[in-house]
Every structure is written in structure tokens, then in C-alpha cells.
Design a binder for this molecule. Structure first.
Ligand code: TYD
Length: 227
């Protein structure tokens, strides 16, 4: 699909075009808090922000989210779950992400393609199948910047359990520490292979320091100073 470039002449002098930023990382890395903080900071610059998440972001994708996270899709196997994530993603990209980018907004998305690589990849799904479904689901809508919030699996899981309180763990949180550590290594491998897109953020730091590192990455990679 081709659409004319939007006119950004009336917007913040710092920014000229829509940008797609994804937050990735294991359980308890603090993605949601940091995503909210970055959104507020970008809004202060006069930039339109769209905050969204995966799986989810549209009514259909949210329904798929509930179904998969409940564990109801487990009998389909990891490949079947991967297809459901891809179907949800395609709907989300078509209805929310692409339109927002085309009108010049910044889209901040909690998890995206790298979560499929890390989670379904660690569950044994063939990377080639993941590649094919990814291409179908996102087309040309690759993130401009991916912030990988990195924390050792043991610490992230303890944080996620504390946050959850009495509520039960979801389908993916229930996995072993080894599986979570394998996911972390996949995230770090992606960041090493795609340094032009990905920045690893040390999420063991205090919340303010994590936010400062994220702002630095966004400033240096996406926000161009006015001439
Ligand atoms: P969520 O509550 O959003 O987790 P978190 O707070 O850790 O981000 O639940 C999303 C879960 O879905 C999470 O365990 C990761 C998993 N997931 C996949 O397995 N594959 C995917 O492609 C995506 C987007 C998420």
C-alpha cells in the first residue's frame, strides 16, 4: 500500500515523520512503566503518541490475546500459537500501527516481532516459519527503534511475581527459569545482529536511570534537531 507522505510542517521542529518504537524484554523488565514514561515525555514535545501492545491493540487481537494467554490454545502446539500471534499482529498493523505512522504519530508498542522470536522460538518453533509469518503479518512495517529491556530471568520473574500478587501466572510466565533465560539470550542475539534497529537497555538500574537511557536512545536515533 502506498500513501502520500504526511505533512509535518505544523508539528514539533524536532520531528518530521511518524516513528515506530517497540519495547521488548522478558517478564518483569519494567517495559510498561518505561513505555508510559517515554510517551509522556514525547507528548511534552508536541508529538502525537499512540500507545499499544501485543498481543492486542484491536478488539480482534485482544480476543486472541485472552485466548492464548489463558492457555486455551496450548493444544494447538507452539506452531499454532505462533499463527494466532501472527493473525493478531496482522490486524494490529493494518488497523492501528500503519495508519498512525502514516499520519505522523509516534507508535509505542509493548512487545512486537521479537517477542515471537524469543518466546515461540524458545518453545521450538522453526525460525523459518517465524520469518514467513512475520513477513505476512507486518509487510514493510518494521520498527524504527527497538528498546530491549534486559534483566536476568531470575530477577525479572521475581519482580513479575511480586507485581502480580495473588493473581495466577499466565501461560508464558509459568515456564521454567531456563526457558526464560533462553528467551533472554534470543533477545540479546537479535540486538547483536540488528544494531541499527535495537538498543539494549540495562533494566537492572533504578527506574529513573532506565528512563534516562531510553530517552538518550530515542534522542540520538530518532529525534533530529531543527536546522
Ligand atoms: P503481558 O502480560 O503483556 O506480558 P508482559 O507484562 O511480560 O509484557 O503478556 C504477554 C505475554 O505474551 C508474555 O508472556 C509474552 C507473550 N508473547 C508471546 O509469547 N509471543 C508474542 O509474539 C507476544 C507479542 C507475546
Amino acid at each position: 500500500m502506498r500513501t502520500e507522505e504526511p505533512d509535518h510542517s505544523s508539528r514539533s521542529p524536532l520531528v518530521r515523520a511518524g516513528r515506530f518504537i517497540t519495547f521488548e524484554g522478558g517478564e518483569g523488565a519494567g517495559k510498561s512503566t518505561q513505555l508510559r514514561r517515554l510517551g509522556e515525555r514525547l507528548s511534552d514535545q508536541g508529538i502525537e503518541i499512540v500507545v499499544t501492545r501485543e498481543p492486542g491493540g484491536t478488539p480482534t487481537a485482544e480476543a486472541i490475546r485472552s485466548y492464548v494467554l489463558s492457555g486455551a490454545a496450548e493444544p494447538l502446539g507452539a506452531e499454532g500459537e505462533t499463527m494466532l500471534f501472527a493473525a493478531a499482529r496482522a490486524d494490529h498493523v493494518d488497523r492501528v500501527i500503519r495508519p498512525a505512522i502514516l499520519r505522523g504519530a509516534f507508535v509505542l508498542c509493548d512487545r512486537f516481532i521479537d517477542s515471537t522470536r524469543a518466546y515461540q522460538g524458545a518453545d521450538g518453533v522453526d525460525p523459518e516459519l517465524i520469518d514467513q509469518l512475520e513477513a505476512l503479518a507486518i509487510g514493510d512495517m518494521r520498527p524504527h527503534l527497538t528498546l530491549m529491556l534486559d534483566v536476568p530471568a531470575e530477577i525479572g520473574l521475581a519482580r513479575a511475581a511480586a507485581r502480580r500478587g495473588a493473581d495466577g501466572a499466565d501461560r508464558f510466565e509459568r515456564e521454567t527459569i531456563d526457558r526464560h533465560e533462553a528467551r533472554r539470550q534470543i533477545f540479546l542475539g537479535i540486538a547483536a545482529r540488528e544494531p541499527e534497529r535495537c538498543v539494549v537497555i540495562n533494566a537492572m538500574q533504578a527506574e529513573d536511570d532506565v528512563a534516562a537511557d531510553i530517552w538518550q536512545a530515542v534522542m540520538s536515533r530518532l529525534l533530529t534537531q531543527a536546522d
